[in-house]
Ligand binder design. Structure first.
Ligand code: FAD
Ligand code: AMP
Length: 480
């Protein structure tokens, strides 16, 4: 007899593990299957995010930021550290320990919530039977009334630059370099390219990022993207827009051929990171006689309830269309669990925070000015630079600004855009404000602790009404 569950979740990434835990909290019998093994060959739930994504990248960003600070900032605080030394092995060991602690945490949460964790590869079959092939190649079958597909995504390969786990690597390879490359090439100036580029550039690599599009960070606010581009350039990240890579030649070094406005160019690197995006893991997820409805880009199609076209089979996370972000997947995991349990749940796709963990950090939620213009919406702008913020000055971290966009008629906050220290944390305040349909005036009337970085958000909201206090240049706003 095969094991019977109320719900089987395929994939233990942020979308899958959250769905599994929430289903269990709601009284359902749950199994979660995940095939990932860590570098020791041990099952390691947490998906891309915990194992080879959000968490290890932030661990390395943190370490490399400390290194850069010790080199460039400590002296002005009167701290002399003498000869700095970088120990990449220790830095990597620390990163791995952070990952292990957190993935171990997911195993504990599964136990505490009585989610049955099955390491192995899952294949969905007819009638919501799920075949699990474990790492010793033993197959078992589990049954469930409901199945949630949360198999996530993987890096896209360029046909002419296949990953070789040595010179030409994906993000996973780039998180695991054991020495700092001297010359590092990156294809793609998206979030992953910029974050990993920052890590290795801070640690001493000469980094060149080649990006096919002419516009830097096309999804971000234009002023913020422009300033960020300039600052990253000053830090030493050589970002070349309009540079389309067309061929590579691997030998002692990797030679990269690209074309830009000037014609054909080529560069040589020790390592090349291909960071041109990710594609959903939808192939082989179901038996041959079954398809959950997959579009031309490989995404599983779902309705507003995360239902696929198969009876009681749902899909969430990177596997379905939408921004490939852990928190978006987690919210979908919660929502699908609650809907299966007969509750009402909704994800607010209009209020997703986007964050890029460069330094300064870039973060936003809601509409950009361009989107408001395109939609013909009248809006007012309030902005405030971190250079006028006391806490930022005390920290010596004054690059960037916060911009608030509010409806010119209703004053409702339509978008908030940040470039600055801890923007990843500050954006949460804007997300809460927008979740409650706050007006710029509401924010202006709210008290913020002094001295904090968040006062810049307050001042930007005040500036929507032309009444920022700590800004000498009052601009005659601004109805656009
Ligand atoms: P995943 O996390 O990909 O998990 C899917 C799991 O399913 C995997 O463990 C996989 O092994 C397993 N699986 C797949 N098929 C099967 C099968 N047939 N049987 C069994 N198991 C299977 N997002 C952010 O929000 N913030 C960040 O800072 C951030 N940084 C990132 C940095 C990097 C370098 C990368 C690569 C990604 C980053 N992301 C970030 C994106 C984030 O990791 C993903 O959006 C998120 O992990 C998607 O969650 P998911 O649960 O849908 O899928
Ligand atoms: P993202 O999808 O945010 O990870 O960003 C990936 C980036 O890679 C996009 O901005 C693409 O324009 C860029 N890209 C894709 N293919 C190439 C290529 N052949 N050469 C240079 N850039 C590319």
């Amino acid at each position: 007899m095969s094991e019977q569950y109320d719900v089987i979740v395929i994939g233990a990434g942020p979308a899958g593990y959250v769905a599994a835990i929430r289903c269990a909290q709601l009284g359902l019998q749950v199994a979660c299957i995940d095939e990932y093994l860590d570098e020791r060959g041990k099952p390691s739930p947490g998906g891309t995010c915990l194992n080879v994504g959000c968490i290890p990248s932030k661990a390395l960003l943190e370490s490399s930021h400390h290194y850069e600070q010790a080199q460039q900032q400590f002296a002005e605080h009167g701290i002399r550290v003498g000869q700095l030394e970088l120990d990449v092995a220790t830095l990597q060991k620390r990163k791995q320990q952070v990952v292990r602690d957190l993935t171990g945490g997911i195993q504990s949460l599964f136990k505490a919530n009585k989610v049955a964790f099955h390491p192995g590869r899952a294949t969905l079959q007819q009638n919501n039977r799920v075949k699990v092939t474990d790492h010793d190649n033993h197959a078992t079958t589990l049954n469930a009334e409901h199945v949630i597909l949360a198999s996530g995504s993987r890096p896209v390969e360029l046909p002419f630059a296949p990953f070789d786990d040595n010179q030409v690597v994906d993000s996973t390879g780039a998180l695991a370099f054991d020495v700092v490359p001297q010359r590092l090439g990156i294809i793609g100036a998206g979030v992953i390219g910029l974050e990993l580029g920052s890590v290795w550039q801070r640690l001493g690599a000469e980094v060149i990022v080649l990006e096919a599009q002419e516009t830097f960070l096309p999804g971000a606010d234009r002023d913020i993207a422009k300033q960020a581009n300039k600052l990253l350039g000053q830090q030493g990240l050589d970002i070349r827009q309009g540079a389309r890579v067309e061929a590579i030649h691997s030998g002692k070094t990797v030679k990269v051929d690209y074309t830009d406005g000037q014609g054909s160019q080529s560069l040589e690197f020790d390592k090349l990171i291909v960071a041109i995006g990710r594609r959903p893991n939808s192939e082989g997820l179901c038996a041959d006689d079954l398809s959950p409805g997959i579009d031309e880009r490989g995404f599983v199609q779902v309705d507003d309830h995360y239902r696929t076209n198969l009876e009681k089979v749902y899909a969430v996370g990177d596997l379905i269309p939408g921004p490939m972000l852990a928190h978006k997947g987690m919210e979908e995991g919660m929502a699908v669990a609650e809907r299966i349990a007969g509750q009402y749940a909704e994800v607010d796709y209009d209020n997703i925070p986007f964050v890029i963990y460069t330094h300064p950090e870039i973060a936003w939620t809601g509409r950009t000015e361009q989107q408001l213009k395109d939609a013909g919406i009248d809006y007012r702008v309030g902005q405030f630079p971190f250079s006028a913020n006391g806490r930022a000055r005390a920290a010596g971290d004054t690059d960037g600004l916060i911009k608030v966009l509010a409806d010119a008629h209703t004053d409702r906050v339509l978008g908030v855009h940040m470039l600055g220290p801890r923007a990843s944390e500050l954006i949460g305040q804007a997300v809460i404000a927008r979740a409650f349909s706050t007006s710029a005036e509401d924010l202006a009337l709210t008290m913020f602790a002094h001295p904090t970085l968040s006062e810049s958000f307050h001042e930007a909201a005040l500036d929507v009404g032309d009444r920022a206090i700590h800004r000498a240049t009052s601009r005659k706003n601004k109805r656009k």
